[in-house]
Design a protein around this ligand. Sequence first.
Ligand SMILES: *[C@@H]1O[C@H](CO)[C@@H](O)[C@H](O)[C@H]1NC(C)=O
Ligand SMILES: *[C@@H]1O[C@H](CO)[C@@H](O)[C@H](O)[C@H]1NC(C)=O
Length: 243
Amino acid sequence: MVGLWVLAGIIAFLIVEKFVRTVKGGGHQQRKRKRKRREKNGSSLICSSNARYCKAKNFYLDLRRFDEFATRQGDTYRSFRENIFEPGEVGGHCRLDKPLLREQGGHKSPLQSWYAELEEYNGFDSDPFETGGCDLIIDKPSVFIKLDAGINLYHHYCDFFNLYASQHINGSFDDDINIIFWDTSYSIYRDLFIETWSAFTSNPLMKLADFAGKRVCFKDLMFPLLARMRGGLYYNTYIVSVI
Ligand SMILES: *[C@@H]1O[C@H](CO)[C@@H](O)[C@H](O)[C@H]1NC(C)=O
Ligand SMILES: *[C@@H]1O[C@H](CO)[C@@H](O)[C@H](O)[C@H]1NC(C)=O
């Protein structure tokens, strides 16, 4: 019996390894490009295919209408609303490859990709960081995360597992980061495994609603792998790739 558990552990480890490599693979060119761009003032948004993992520099998010959609009648508990942003409400000072972004919508779904949140990303001519367009500037590296059910061990650990894989992709395990639950409502997330977060951050957990009414600017942002990605890491992960 013990032998079986060890074997299961090894297989799980190999799957993580393979997965991180798959996501990382082909990213060399992008990383190089990013390094060059980072010397300049301005924003960037870089994603793996289907917007399953993204990183952003100097990211602008206008949440002044948060209250409006979060309190919409008969619809107050929807955590993952789509199509909530209007042009100009999310973006950064950069030249956006719009056709490339448009191609990443194939997995648009709450726990499969970040496309719904990022599809309205726009490249602005001016830099809100410099023109006083931000009500709040968050310097600390931050992670947005959309969560599976917090009352269930299987479901919730898919969140943690994928966040851990995302730390590998980013190559950073610093716990002085913000973790912000992406939830487009004022609902309270029931979390029976809340202690686990201390493995990832030493700071208080936050949620999108904490920024309601503000234009928030993030200097360093990660959109990690999610709990139900196609062919991703979750309790039903296929051993043989089917995608
Ligand atoms: C851009 O550069 C100016 C100084 O040249 C600096 O004050 C500002 O904070 C920079 N903006 C960002 C987003 O880093
Ligand atoms: C991602 O890596 C960068 C260094 O490349 C680091 O500054 C940042 O804190 C990391 N982000 C997270 C969320 O760990």
